[in-house]
Design a protein around this ligand. Sequence first.
Ligand SMILES: [Zn+2]
Ligand SMILES: [Zn+2]
Length: 291
Amino acid sequence: MDALGCALLPAFCALCGSPLPQLSSVPICAACWTEFPVQSGSLCARCGDLLDAPALAVPSSSGLCRPCRLAPPPFVRAVAYGPYQDRMRAAIHALKYDRLHPLARALGRMLAQAIAQLAADAPSEMLVVPVPLHRSKHAQRGFNQARSLAVHALDALRKTHPAWRLTLASSTLMRLRPTESQAGLTSHQRRSNVRGAFSVSDPAAVTAKHILVIDDILTTGATARAAAQALVRAGAASVWVATLARARRNNELHLGSNFQDAEDTTGLSGSSPDAAEQQTSIYSSHDQPSF
Ligand SMILES: [Zn+2]
Ligand SMILES: [Zn+2]
């Protein structure tokens, strides 16, 4: 943030609107920083979704949610800092749509805490791959929030986990086409929407490598599945996922347009068109996801 940018920032908290005692490069009040929700409750050991959802995620002895039991994702594990609600939701909006870039550092530190949950189990050397935007969306927004968050998270992790060799590899994944919101799409359209959304630019660069995929929000897990699938097909040894926030799958089912802003809109992906079909049927037998 340059000096002009600092001077232009409002003297009000970007999240709650209360006056700030002093002009700050990060316009968030002290109270709001303490009120970011953190992930709690019983979580799926694989995808990190809450296990207390009545329809989709009946807790089982496996510790996995129903979608993970029926169609295991191509990633080893997905972790998030906190639920996509309240202050977290407002902060991600402020970063992405209001372009409050100074927020990326603080949010990146939260992402680092999520990544640190993997430290005990994940490989000691990994390539860190932010989920890319399609070039049309990148041009429109001007930056990829997943990359910004990854850069700041790695900064933080270099201090807290100096032996962990995490290397940013931003250009590894490509988004081949813009993916539309899943809202209002039929299950057939959802499958079309997800098919082949990602490609690996240089398969040799990921062959036998362990990959950590980074995104701001994980919603249905469809984007994470599609990205992980592309990396595994290109020869990655394993794929792990960390996001800043986790939108609750069971909540979003009935919220419709409230969740259209989530980036995780590539649909429900499986390891093949058939698996994608099966995955979609997991939902259609209960409730239709709203995007
Ligand atoms: Zn505030
Ligand atoms: Zn799961």
